[in-house]
Design a protein around this ligand. Structure first.
Ligand SMILES: [Zn+2]
Ligand SMILES: [Zn+2]
Length: 256
């Protein structure tokens, strides 16, 4: 989702290596940044400057306070014992969209937008994305690895589709309620639903591949055949099946 007000921030992290004899300082820096990424605190597109005894990383982070200690997991707390860590927020991220500011969410939607590397979890009330640091950890992890690897897998399948390689396979993966890719997404939705005790819908694009179909014309769920309904208010989904927790949307999925 690339429109709306700016929300994400550009930040500069400064990392001093305490033990100057550490064998490979750059590996240590890479580990720290990769842990912050997997924990939902920064996006993957960071750059790192090497200085005498310290490193600066310019990163995209989700909010003014999202690099604070309270969001660290145990891996980050452990690794940061080896360094001195500080950060400052430099500016808003000009390319990012506004994210959800709702206090509570009556439902969630898992909707991956092609090319996005921020959160694929959307608020069912305002339709905007919810930064991963505001989402509970899933599957016993202490990071958001499952959601992020699902997102990467989804983007890879769209890449293959956009390059017209294996159209039939990719179309099925992206649009069918029972494809392997959808099944993985639904597993994530079920887990998030059990953690939040709120409905979590899996978003399927309608009409992307067949322009005669429109999500607003979907009357029954393609999976169970039950009547679909409209989720109140939101722009991120047009119709939902409450039985299967599937959501249907017109072709916004590949906007970029
Ligand atoms: Zn919201
Ligand atoms: Zn259904």
């Amino acid at each position: 989702m690339k429109n709306g007000d700016t929300m994400y921030k550009i930040a500069r992290i400064e990392i001093y290596i305490k033990d100057q004899l550490v064998e490979s300082p750059i590996d240590l820096i890479e580990d720290i940044l990769s842990m912050l990424y997997k924990n939902g605190q920064i996006l993957i597109n960071y750059i790192v400057e090497k200085h005498d005894g310290f490193y600066n990383a310019t990163v995209t982070t989700t909010d003014d306070d999202s690099l604070d200690e309270i969001y660290f997991n145990k891996y980050i707390r452990d690794i940061l014992e080896k360094v001195e860590y500080s950060y400052e927020i430099i500016s808003d991220d000009a390319f990012s969209s506004d994210s959800c500011h709702c206090k509570d969410h009556s439902s969630y939607v898992l909707g991956t937008y092609y090319g996005d590397d921020s959160s694929p979890v959307l608020c069912g009330d305002c339709g905007k994305e919810i930064p991963l640091i505001k989402i509970p950890y899933l599957f016993g992890e202490e990071e958001h690895f499952s959601i992020l690897s699902y997102q990467r897998m989804y983007n890879s399948v769209v890449d293959v589709w956009m390059n017209s390689l294996s159209d039939r396979f990719t179309k099925r993966q992206l649009t069918h309620f029972d494809s392997q890719l959808t099944k993985r997404g639904i597993e994530i939705c079920k887990e998030l639903q059990s953690k939040t005790e709120k409905p979590v819908y899996f978003l399927l694009p309608v009409g992307e591949f067949d322009i005669n179909k429109k999500a607003e014309n979907v009357e029954v769920c393609p999976k169970c055949g039950e009547q679909v309904s409209t989720l109140k208010s939101t722009e991120c989904v047009d119709k939902v099946c409450n039985h299967c927790r599937l959501g249907f949307i017109n072709q916004h999925m590949f906007d970029f």
